[in-house]
Design a protein around this ligand. Sequence first.
Ligand code: HEM
Length: 377
Amino acid sequence: MNPILFSFRSSARRASLISARIPKQSFRPSFRKYSTEAPPPESPPKSSNTALYAAIGLALVGGIGYYAYNSSDTAATTVKSGAQAAKSALKFTPTKADYQKVYNRIAHKIDDAGDYDDGSFGPVILRLAWHSSGTYDKETKTGGSNYATMRFEPESLHGANNGLNIARGIMEEIKKEFDWISYGDLWTLAGVAAIQEMGGPKVPWRPGRIDGFAKDATPDGRLPDAALGQDHLRAIFYRMGFNDQEIVALTGAHALGRCHPDRSGFEGPWTFSPTTVTNDYFKLLLSEKWVWKKWKGPNQYVDKKTGTLMMLPADYSLVQDKSFKKYVQAYAADEALFFKDFSAVIVKLFELGVPDSQWVTSEPWILPSTNEQEESK
Ligand code: HEM
């Protein structure tokens, strides 16, 4: 059975389970709430990484670059590459079960959000994974998820990354517990956990990213500008290697989360269920009448009916452009199709910039969600 489709079917069932498990998410009238807690202070990269960095450096200088591929559950990978040499320097070769432990810790953190936003750290964590991957440039083969360069200034201070110190702070807490995992693997695994735990499709994932250095950080301007339209979106996403269909599928992530005046300047959520993956973003784009918001902030749309939802000029361009609109209509009409395409394009996004030689397994793993683990007990 296709695991992605299977997951889609079970996620419909899971929606009620999630509600039962986390009453705060099901009963909170979250879309009416606009307050945000102050971000926690940013933690600098930990000194426990010294051995890791040193080993990576040695392995890279030595030019060792061989991996024995292994797609088994135990991932008993031959330790030969930079990443694995680093791990062996810490006298530890993680297995799939170890990554599942990290996944489960992340899943717990996602739900342990108290009054933050809509009661979940999932959306901001997914945004971290996306912004760390979406810097990729296919011509120069720079950027992407490999080196987790958003840890360094000035990339951490780029306007597009405002507010992501919250997600990076949460990741630091997990990293303290699992110091063997690279930041790039941790952040992308967290993006996968966010999607799966918020009722989305299964997203195959594999480890292999290594920690880079400040010199690997990317220049400002590689991420999309929300105030611009379709030409800009194409320029930005074609640079990463995506096509029109993939651009639309990716942007369906805006079913989740919200805009914050103190981060991007924009305000409000896109959907009425900002902590659940759905195709509502596409449905609302087509069904609502979108009017310019009357306020002193940047140009954005609000839905005429309730005035509580929003669309960025970049979002709205998806229905102004004929080629984009075709896919908006397809995803609005068929959530299973959206889940399938969203999963595939997220896998591609999170693997941008990682050389094939670094993967620990040739076939990405499908890690069960916490609900699936509960159900199989
Ligand atoms: C099409 C181009 C895109 C533009 C212009 C854009 C722009 C934005 C902006 C301005 C925000 C609000 C940030 C804030 O104020 O907190 C935001 C939030 C978000 N974006 Fe995008 N985005 C784009 C594509 C994507 C993609 C491809 C993904 C993931 C695959 C994504 C996932 C998210 C999520 C989950 C949030 C909510 C974050 C939160 O609630 O804290 N976006 N985006």
